[in-house]
Design a protein around this ligand. Structure first.
Ligand code: ATP
Length: 277
């Protein structure tokens, strides 16, 4: 059985005369975090929108688990195992953390409607929600109103709500935005633990985090892929250095400041799975 869950081939997306995504191909594989990085306006979010089914590609094809979903709707792709988180928070603040996860589970769990029983007593969606909260490291705060969570915990809850739909693939658009150092560590540990059973696409501006957690990195500039490979290869790629720094710096052999790593040894610290709370 192949572990390639998503195969996108030659994706192009135009907005009028602007080519936001230009002939991009990528695969998402179970067990891997595949990051897509690039300067502002490079086309990263547009690519995520196309993969999730929010907008159609102008051309190209997308296969999910071997099935052609290029023209499938967003709900159809979600049912086929594609989950996504958004840059904005999408939780119900007045509901408890558990209720948020359960509502999400109910959205994805299909059963004959039972008119006379309360939705909150549905054992299936409750079990799925509890599972998703445990995976996301939020079981200890399950009863808290979601609006009272810290920013980092809210982002974890979004991922839990995504997990409650029981996806095989996670498309994560800037999950670290606005997070402090401790929250970032927790989220990286969560991504590290989730990749065992999922294929993860990560769009993220925090380069230190990207280089620590990713197995594969695709670099986009002006809609096109200029490099793809393991983090070490991407860090050393002259084309990438030029794109991020400008030619003069790259020729002088400087490391792009965006790729600077935080550890004293000069290597990014590995993610510690045990730090998921
Ligand atoms: N709905 C739209 N209509 C017209 N142009 C769009 C639309 N969405 C995106 N674009 C344009 O497509 C290009 C790529 O945008 P996109 O948001 O995908 O880039 P990005 O790499 O995600 O940028 P950022 O890192 O700033 O979020 C930009 O020039 C943007 O202005």
């Amino acid at each position: 059985m192949t572990d390639i869950l998503v195969q996108a081939d030659n994706i192009t997306r135009r907005f009028g005369g602007l080519t936001a995504v230009n002939d991009v191909s990528l695969t998402l594989q179970r067990g891997q975090v595949h990051a897509v990085i690039g300067t502002n306006g490079a086309g990263k979010s547009t690519l995520v929108h196309v993969l999730s089914g929010e907008i159609p590609p102008t051309s190209g094809t997308i296969h999910l688990g071997g099935r052609d979903v290029t023209r499938a709707t967003q709900p159809d792709r979600a049912r086929a195992g594609l989950g996504r988180s958004y840059q904005r928070t999408t939780i119900f603040p007045q509901f408890s953390v558990f209720e948020n996860a359960r509502l999400s589970a109910q959205g994805g769990y299909q059963r004959f409607w039972n008119w006379w029983s309360r939705a909150s007593t549905c054992p299936d969606s409750s079990a799925i929600a509890a599972d998703a909260l445990r995976l996301a490291g939020l079981d200890a705060v399950a009863d808290r109103p979601a609006g009272l969570l810290s920013h980092g915990q809210k982002r974890q809850l979004e991922i839990a709500m995504c997990l409650a739909l029981r996806p095989k693939v996670l498309l994560l658009d800037e999950p670290l935005a606005g997070m402090g150092a401790e929250e970032t560590e927790r989220m990286l540990a969560l991504l590290h633990s989730l990749k065992t059973d999922h294929a993860i696409l990560l769009v993220e501006h925090d380069m230190d985090a990207v280089f620590r957690v990713s197995d594969v990195i695709t670099v986009m500039v002006n809609g096109s892929v200029i490099a793809k490979g393991a983090p070490e290869a991407i860090r050393a790629d002259p084309l990438v250095q030029t794109a991020y720094l400008g030619e003069t710096h790259a020729e002088a052999g400087a490391e792009p400041s965006a790729f600077a790593v935080s550890s004293a040894a000069g290597h990014a610290a590995p993610v510690q799975p045990s730090s998921v709370h």
